[in-house]
Design a protein around this ligand. Structure first.
Ligand SMILES: NC(=O)c1ccc[n+]([C@@H]2O[C@H](COP(=O)([O-])OP(=O)(O)OC[C@H]3O[C@@H](n4cnc5c(N)ncnc54)[C@H](OP(=O)(O)O)[C@@H]3O)[C@@H](O)[C@H]2O)c1
Length: 255
């Protein structure tokens, strides 16, 4: 059993994500050491200063296009030197993209698959030696999506990428679980969340969550549970129903 009150040493990939920022605010309260990586250096510095005020013991910022980083392993080594070690890796970057454009422009489809699957998969693999070194305290958590549970015509390219990442994380969890005292891999399957990513969508209703509402679920998932965590919990049952719907019926539903 890990000690939840012991400050974590965290690398956040996609640290400007609204959901990641909300989770980091809670981690900061327990004195976490946090390395923030994202594209917008000015924004990262503002987030880092806020996290210090909230109690983070140390912060480090690094500007990187995470989908175009040649050497994730070297970047994580740099973070480990800056914050002492790494026991927690949060992978939160992603893009929703434009499905109809990606269906006709394969370069756009390739971009979506790279940002949402290939590159985060490589970062997760590069994180393995660090979390293994941390033993039972080690954890890799990726923000995937309920969109990965069943392909549907409005967003199956994004969904395929997230679904692929879910399988990778479940495989890592299986591998880690083979030995007692090893680290954990957590596949965080998110439903609708009110963030800049969904700014263009109509909001409201019980299916919508907020980053602040999800933060305690994420921090709790670092300590226990999983390897698959639906957030909020009811999506597990919504997606079970969607997965079990026969194709003959599903094809008539405009989703
Ligand atoms: N919001 C939802 O309803 C929802 C649902 C299911 C899953 N998710 C997943 O949750 C995660 C967090 O999203 P969010 O809702 O918090 O949206 P968000 O606030 O828009 O965050 C997405 C972040 O990804 C970063 N990013 C995109 N491409 C990047 C790249 N190549 N290199 C570095 N950073 C990059 C963006 O940085 P820039 O600011 O530089 O563009 C942005 O900070 C994503 O993986 C998303 O797919 C969200």
């Amino acid at each position: 059993m890990t000690n939840p009150s012991q400050p974590r040493r965290v690398v956040v990939l996609g640290a400007a994500s609204a959901i990641a920022e909300a989770a980091c605010r809670l981690l900061a309260q327990s004195g976490a050491h946090i390395a923030l990586i994202g594209r917008d250096e000015a924004r990262l510095k503002i987030i880092a200063a806020d996290l210090k005020l909230r109690g983070a013991e140390a912060t480090f910022t690094l500007a990187r296009d995470l989908a175009a980083t040649d050497d994730p392993a070297a970047t994580l080594e740099l973070c480990a030197r800056e914050i002492g070690a790494i026991d927690t890796v949060l992978i939160f970057y992603g893009v929703l993209g434009d499905q109809s454009r990606a269906e006709v422009e394969l370069s756009e489809a390739k971009r979506l698959l790279n940002v949402n699957f290939t590159s985060p998969a490589l970062w997760a693999l590069a994180a393995v030696p660090h979390v293994e070194k941390a033993g039972a305290r080690g954890v890799i958590l990726t923000a995937t999506s309920v969109a990965g549970d069943r392909g549907r015509r409005s967003n199956f390219i994004y969904g395929a990428a997230k679904g692929g990442l879910s399988v990778l994380m479940q495989g890592l969890a299986h591998r880690f679980g083979a030995k007692p005292g090893g680290p954990r891999a957590v596949d965080l399957k998110l439903g609708f969340v009110d963030t800049p990513m969904t700014a263009h969508l109509p909001k409201g209703g019980p299916l919508w969550a907020t980053p602040a509402g999800l933060a305690p679920i994420i921090v709790a998932a670092l300590e226990r549970g999983g390897p698959v965590v639906y957030a909020p919990w009811f999506w597990r049952f919504v997606m079970l129903a969607i997965r079990l719907t026969p194709h003959a019926i599903f094809k008539r539903v405009n989703l």
